[in-house]
Design a protein around this ligand. Structure first.
Ligand code: AMP
Ligand code: GLY
Length: 419
């Protein structure tokens, strides 16, 4: 099987690592990729579907695996609707679960899936939005309806600030993405990420993970694309997961079917544990980053075989097995991130980290074959351990060995799950 993987981050690196181990694989191409070398990099823009098709035809690609959400929300699945190549992902309509917060909330209400109360507001209904805010208790959650590169959610402590921000958002704070704003009731609890693979009929759950979004230790400071992750998540025990399956996963899949929303890919459930009950914070139509960096290492089964099941609607016949060990990922980032940062710093020490996995995020190779930084999130170091504490200690030890000018990391990844 010849596979084209779209994307260039740590998530795609972890997927490439896993795909590259498959006996089913003939050749892996990654577009555009980074300095990791589990496949052949191709200089293709994943959003340029005509160019992707040209490459697919010229290289007899059998399957496209899509890492990030944008090509899915823009309809790459539908673009290849003739199924000349298998595309792992939802159809454009189904990708609205991520592409429109309003669509996602209405879908959940239609199918009685537990989620926060909400109201969706436009410039014409601003006054009603104010009234809804007045009916809620602080803090106030405002979400841009459309894709806003992970920055479209704002949480405010005072009602006055929430009203001002609502009006700013509707006036174009996130461009067209915030022409509609979803106001939500605030939910309090610990979050976790549940990943479902589905072929539209059957499904498999992947290992549960938790990510760390804030830049500072103790979950402080600005939001980032993710500073680290851990799997498994102790509070997501059998009892909790049974509720996730009964109240969220199965109603979601049933809802997709009932509404003829074609889906052959990953569903990412961003969940919050509210006093033992899972509620949905968000849907994403792809794998999470940096959760994938700990989920793939814990998947024992052949990913390519599972992906074929997804594409061919034979997932129900496949077996899925997990590694019992824990995995922890610590992201090395560039000084200044998520604000401005420099690129092009030489990364050293990658040869000395033993069996710790270096999943490249923002890296590139220079002409001499050196690995350079090329982004805010540079590389995730992922360690296995007998338990979370062991995996966290091993990942942390590796972070001392890999270096580049301006290296930054959080030393407390997974600590909240140890208490
Ligand atoms: P989202 O992009 O929808 O995942 O939101 C980003 C982050 O905002 C989430 O990971 C949560 O930490 C937080 N968040 C979103 N919605 C809520 C909510 N209703 N209650 C509390 N926190 C929320
Ligand atoms: N880790 C959160 C996300 O991928 O959206």
């Amino acid at each position: 099987m010849k596979i084209l993987l779209l994307g260039s981050g740590g998530r795609e690196c972890a997927i490439a690592w896993k795909i590259s181990q498959s006996p089913r694989l003939e050749h892996l191409y990654v577009a555009p990729g980074n300095a990791a070398q589990y496949g052949t990099n191709v200089a293709l823009n994943p959003m340029d579907f005509d160019a992707v098709k040209e490459f697919v035809d010229a290289n007899a690609i059998d399957m496209i695996v899509v890492g990030p959400e944008n090509p899915l929300v823009e309809g790459i699945y539908d673009y290849f609707a003739d199924h000349s190549v298998k595309v792992i992902g939802p159809s454009k309509k189904a990708a609205q679960l991520e592409g429109s917060k309003e669509f996602a909330k209405e879908f959940m209400f239609r199918h009685h899936i537990p989620t926060a109360r909400f109201m969706s507001v436009t410039a014409e209904t601003l006054e009603e939005g104010y009234h809804f805010l007045e009916s809620l208790n602080a803090p106030y959650v405002l979400k841009a309806d459309g894709l806003a590169a992970g920055k479209g959610v704002i949480i405010l402590d005072s009602l006055a600030d929430a009203k001002d921000t609502l009006s700013d958002m509707l006036e174009g704070m996130f461009g067209n993405a915030s022409a509609t704003v979803v106001i939500e009731e605030f939910l309090s609890g610990i979050e976790c990420s549940v990943f479902v693979m589905t072929d539209g009929e059957d499904y498999k759950l992947l290992p549960v993970a938790k990510d760390y979004k804030r830049v500072g230790e103790g979950d402080t400071g600005l939001n980032t694309g993710g500073m680290g992750s851990v799997s498994p998540v102790p509070f997501a025990d059998d009892k909790f997961m049974q509720k996730v399956v009964n109240h969220i996963v199965e109603p979601t899949l049933k809802g997709l079917k009932e509404e003829n929303l074609e889906y052959r890919g990953f569903i990412f459930l961003g969940l919050i544990n509210v006093d033992g009950d899972p509620m949905v914070i968000e849907y994403n139509c792809r794998m999470g980053d940096p959760e994938t960096e700990v989920v793939m290492p814990r998947l024992k089964s052949d990913l390519v075989d599972l992906l074929e099941g997804v594409a061919d609607q034979t997932l129900g016949l496949k077996k899925i097995e997990f590694d019992e060990r824990a995995a922890v990922a610590v992201m090395l980032t560039s000084a200044g991130y998520p604000g401005d940062y420099e690129k092009g710093k030489v990364i050293t020490g990658l040869d000395g980290i033993g069996d710790v996995l270096p999943f490249h995020a923002g890296t590139k190779l220079d002409a001499e074959g050196r690995v350079l930084t090329n982004g805010g999130r540079v590389i995730a170091l992922v360690a296995y351990g007998e338990d979370i504490a062991d995996a966290a200690a091993k990942a942390k030890a590796a972070t001392a060995l890999v270096d580049f000018e301006g290296k930054y990391l959080r030393n407390d990844i997974a600590n909240d799950l140890l208490r």
